[in-house]
Every structure is written in C-alpha cells, then in structure tokens.
Write a protein that binds this ligand. Structure first.
Ligand code: 1HN
Length: 352
C-alpha cells in the first residue's frame, strides 16, 4: 500500500478506509480543497535582486567549469513556495546563465521551449539550427522546442542572461525529450544578421510571400530574435499616444496571429516616472525582468523595490501593480498561450 489511508472514528468505516487504501483507492467525500472558488497557488511572489544574481553567477564562473553537468552554467530561480523544486513557478523555469569569455556551451535540443532575454552586455552569439544570432542588451532570443542551440562567447568579457523555459509544464505532461548535438569546432564567425532576421525581420508587416523558397510551417515564430532598437522605438511611439504613462507591447509571430511560441507569451512594458499602473491579475504565472528604471511592485500582499536587473515572479491570480520612480522597462514572459489554448485564461483589472 502506498496511497493515503483515511481514518474514521466509526470502526466499520475505518476498516473500509483501510481496505480501500490497500487497493489504492481514496474516498472523495473525505477530501478538502480539491475544487476551490479561486486557484490555490503554491507559487509565492518573490524578487531576486540584480546584485545577488550577478555576484553569485560570477562566483559560479570562478568555481564551475562549463562542461560540468548539462554543459550550461545556470542558476535556477527556485520559488520559495515550491518545496525546493528548481522552478520559478509551478509552470515556468527561470534562470540566469553565465558564460565567460572564450567559452562555448555545446549544442543540444529538447522538447521544452526556451527563450533568452538579455539584461546586460553583449558579445555572445547563440546558434539556432545552424543560424548564428548575436545577443545584446534588451534583445529577446527564442529557442523553440527541438531546435538545436549552442552558445558561444568569442570575446573576453563574461556575459549573463535570463533563460525562461516551459519545462515544468512539459515535465508535468511527461513529454521531456533531450538530445545532445553534434560536437563541432568551437568557433564560427557570426553573420551580421541571422538568416532568420533577414527573412522575417526586415520590417513590420513584411514577410516572404506564399510560394517562397522557405515556407514556414512550424508551431512557433520564424523570427528568432526581437531586437531592442525596434522594441524601444515601438514603446516610445506607443507611449506618445498614451495618456496613462504606461505602454505594453506583445512579441508575436510576424507571419501568423499568435504568440512567439505555443507555450510562452512575451511582452515588454514601459511605465513613465511617477506612474502607478492599474492593478491586474491573470491565471497562469509571469516572470518579469527589469531592463531599466526603478520603483516598486506590489504582488498580492507584498511590496518589493525593483531596479535594473532584478527579476520577480507574479503567481497565478495574484494582484500586480507597478509604481515607477524612474521610467521602468520591464520584460514579461508567461504561460498565457497554454491557458488560452485550454480556455483557462482569465484576466481582470482590480480596483485599488
Ligand atoms: C537549457 O538548454 C539552457 O540551452 C538553459 O541555454 C537552461 C534549463 C533547463 C533545461 C535546459 C540553454 C536550461 C536548459
């Protein structure tokens, strides 16, 4: 017997509970908390500061060679509500990855989808199914499910970035697959622009016509990198039209009306100095990274100061309000496409 054995003061019922436990059965009528009026969420609000992340990632670089375990030098942001699991929320993995000058994180691929958001620095390029993509501050780089990826740092400066994956969901669905890549020579020269950008990133609304030599049939955006210069310009333009001091952009597949990947939504928000945003909540969890600015964030009943390089998590259905001291630029990724696909997505604004 390995299942929970229920108890009763009534001897007959207690004997019945013993017998059903021996047959791996449990009585619904004794269970509490299965169907709650609103979600019961183990993920807690939490914020990791840039100072701690940078200092500790730097130490990992001094202590741990790149070829130790998984070929990635990654510190997982472990949510304090999740009993030691290396997950930032019940559905998302978030981590900082540290790559020193001259290092290569070799190729592999996996069924979980991933993305990188670069909070600082440049010099690293990632090779996605053979296409080299440079990474610099403010860029969003996709690593769709089953795409081979390897990271190269040919310069002398170390670099750190944020990784987010849908790993907890894929693991929960028992659908994790992993494959090591072909080992190749360490270095290769980067093209000035990846072929992904040359094909799909030439301008808003411009994509190869039907019948092009490279039809795109995959489940994710064919554009692998969203450059900061364009995101920044779009936010500036949007803010000029806004009277709320708050503008939010969504990264999407330029060829289809959908999110960048089937499981992960990406957004970038700019909130001007002195602005307090409307309070919102949504089902599914959000990981947010502060690219620029400072202020506070209220998440449920907690308030955190936030500054450049900090990362925080907003649990499902927790209220969330930003207050910008200096203009805040915040990148957010969430599991919203999964909830939407299953008709489980709810969002609302909440009166302060
Ligand atoms: C992974 O493949 C990377 O390729 C980073 O950079 C973090 C965390 C869990 C599983 C795979 C990478 C990861 C990861």
């Amino acid at each position: 017997m390995s299942t929970t054995r229920y108890r009763s003061d009534d001897d007959d019922l207690d004997g019945f509970y013993r017998d059903i436990a021996e047959h791996d059965l449990q009585p619904l009528w004794e269970m509490r908390g299965l169907l709650t009026p609103t979600p019961t969420v183990k993920t807690l609000p939490h914020r990791w500061t840039a100072g701690d992340l940078q200092k500790l990632a730097q130490r990992s670089g001094e202590l741990v060679p790149i070829d130790r375990g998984g070929d990635r030098r990654v510190l997982a942001l472990a949510n304090p509500g999740l009993a030691g699991a290396p997950y930032v929320s019940s559905t998302l993995w978030a981590a900082v990855q540290f790559l020193q000058g001259g290092e290569v994180a070799p190729a592999h691929r996996h069924s979980p989808s991933a993305l990188r958001f670069i909070l600082d620095g440049d010099g690293v390029y990632t090779v996605l199914d053979g296409d080299p993509v440079t990474m610099a501050r403010g860029d969003l780089v996709l690593t769709p499910a089953w795409a081979f990826h390897e990271h190269h740092n040919p310069g002398s400066q170390s670099m750190m970035w944020l990784d987010v994956l849908d790993l907890p969901v894929v693991a929960g669905l028992d659908a994790v697959f992993f494959e090591a890549g072909p080992s190749e020579d360490a270095d290769r020269s980067t093209a000035p622009r990846s072929s992904s950008e040359r094909r799909y990133g030439q301008g808003a609304g411009l994509v190869p016509a039907n019948g092009s030599a490279h039809p795109h049939e995959r489940a994710h955006s064919p554009l692998m990198v969203y450059r900061w210069a364009e995101t920044d310009a779009a936010l500036t333009a949007l803010l000029e039209l806004s009277d709320t001091g708050d503008a939010q952009l969504r990264f999407r597949d330029p060829t289809r009306d959908r999110d960048v990947m089937p499981t992960l939504r990406c957004e970038m928000r700019r909130t001007t100095a002195g602005t307090r945003t409307v309070t919102d909540r949504q089902t599914g969890s959000r990981v947010c990274a502060v690219l620029d600015g400072s202020g506070t964030v209220d998440i449920a009943d907690r308030t955190y100061t936030i500054a450049e390089g900090d990362i925080f998590v907003v649990p499902s259905w927790a209220t969330h309000t930003l207050c910008a001291t200096t203009a805040l630029d915040i990148f957010t990724t969430s599991d919203a496409p999964i909830l939407e696909a299953l008709s489980l997505y709810r969002s609302e604004q909440v009166a302060p």
